[in-house]
Design a protein around this ligand. Structure first.
Ligand code: NDP
Length: 397
């Protein structure tokens, strides 16, 4: 059906490569390219059957990307490198006439800022070129946005209150580790909290608002209100929302480490001179922390991510909870990575499949909730991320 170029050979890239390789009727040819080719080769070898071609590319460099894309001629590029590379990869896709998909919005390297404005600014360019760009197609953003679109399509006349709840109840046995790229993860969780209420954004101190929430098959976990990027597009695409918030669970031990990292300046993203060389403390910290891609082997327990929604149906108030639980050990057995990489890589693969099947193909730049959720939801059930619905339940929020 089509050729895919995957850029980024980390935890998420590993899952995308495994999943795409397992669906030859859709992904006829696959290339995995990243900064370090040996990592691509190792993943390709593990998958076997010569299913994956590999290449080296610096995704910060548009001419290099253009050369690679022109030589392989993919139908779509799946960007699972880092958010810093979003714009260069989008530029290269425009130059070569290829569709684009990612799982995280662009961030400038020198400022921890999660906003779609840079990528939304590409709307006219993609539209005029007749090309599709699919933004935020991981789990959150990604499946959480599709869950919301599915709820709006099938269960509500009006969405009013949305709470996205993200619980990782897994244990990896390390005193401190992040579940995906440490630099991106720490930038995300140390920023101020922010949520949407009555037509405006409300900002809070980091981790100030928290409460225990009950997660299916897991039980109560302390959950912290943080800002998460899908809120920005969801309040725009579902303007009836009176309030939209995002909650994530953190253990005491994790938060204590995080506080220390911040207090001693290791979360800084401005350069400091060390022995005459400029180093960025957070980048250095990444080099000494455990590699998230290698946490899988001893990771036990589940993630549980979903949407708790209150709104109107047939003039009456309705509550609804839709979620997926994913088991770290099962993810590891299938792909060699933990559930956080798995829950991101599977939706990215399905998103590319939606494009190749012509189901999510329109010119312009779109967040995933702007497409038909139904065929995507069906694939989630087939591809390892089954979802569950609860109607008229106590939402705790
Ligand atoms: P990793 O750090 O494990 O992997 C990133 C990969 O990108 C590495 O292979 C790295 O190369 C490569 N890379 C980095 N810079 C460049 C560059 N300039 N050129 C080419 N390759 C480059 O990250 P993850 O796999 O954990 O995460 C991947 C993406 O997924 C991130 O953008 C993250 O924000 C996003 N994500 C989204 C989630 C969601 O639910 N939506 C959840 C989790 C993650 P090297 O190996 O040489 O360092």
């Amino acid at each position: 059906m089509g050729k895919v170029l995957i850029i980024g050979a980390g935890g998420v890239g590993t899952v995308v490569a495994h999943k795409a390789a397992a669906i030859p009727e859709v992904f006829t040819e696959i290339m995995l390219a990243s900064r370090t080719k040996s990592k691509c080769d190792a993943i390709a070898k593990k998958i076997g059957d010569n299913r994956i071609q590999t290449a080296q590319v610096d995704a910060d460099n548009v001419p290099e990307l253009v050369e690679l894309i022109n030589s392989f001629k993919p139908d779509i590029v799946i960007n699972v490198a880092l958010p810093y590379q979003d714009l260069t990869i989008m530029d290269a896709c425009l130059e070569t006439g290829v569709a684009y998909l990612d799982t995280a919005n662009y961030e400038p390297k020198d400022e921890a800022k999660f906003e779609y404005k840079w990528q939304w600014a590409y709307q006219d360019k993609f539209k005029n070129a007749g090309l599709t760009a699919i933004l935020g197609c991981g789990f959150d953003p990604g499946v959480t946005s599709i869950f919301t679109a599915y709820a709006a399509k099938h269960h509500f006349d009006e969405l009013q209150y949305l709470d996205i709840v993200d619980c990782n109840a897994g244990e990896h046995g390390k005193p401190f580790a992040t579940n995906f790229n440490p630099e991106i993860n720490i930038r995300e969780v140390t920023q101020k909290g922010k949520y949407w209420e009555n037509g405006k954004w409300v900002t809070t101190e980091p981790h100030k608002i928290h409460k225990p929430l009950n997660y299916p098959e897991i039980g109560p976990k302390e959950s912290y209100l943080i800002y998460h990027e899908e809120l920005e597009s969801l309040v725009k695409n579902f303007p009836t929302l009176k309030r939209a918030r995002f909650w994530m669970t953190f253990g005491e031990e994790y938060l204590t480490h995080l506080r220390v990292i911040q207090n001693i300046g290791m979360a800084r993203i401005d350069p400091v001179k060390y022995k005459g060389v400029d180093i960025i403390p957070l980048e250095f910290l990444k080099a000494v922390l455990p590699n998230p891609g290698e946490l899988g082997e001893n990771y036990k327990g589940q993630t549980s991510i979903g949407c708790r929604i209150r709104g109107l149906k047939d003039g009456k108030e309705k509550t609804y909870y839709i979620y997926n639980n994913c088991d770290h050990q099962n993810a590891y057995k299938e792909t060699g990575t933990q559930a956080v990489s798995y829950t991101t890589g599977v939706p990215a693969t399905i998103g590319a499949m939606m494009y190749l099947k012509g189901l999510w193909k329109k010119p312009g730049v779109f967040n995933v909730e702007e497409f038909d959720p139904d065929p995507f939801m069906e694939e989630l059930n087939q591809r390892g991320l089954p979802w569950h619905e609860l109607h008229d339940v106590e939402l705790e929020l």
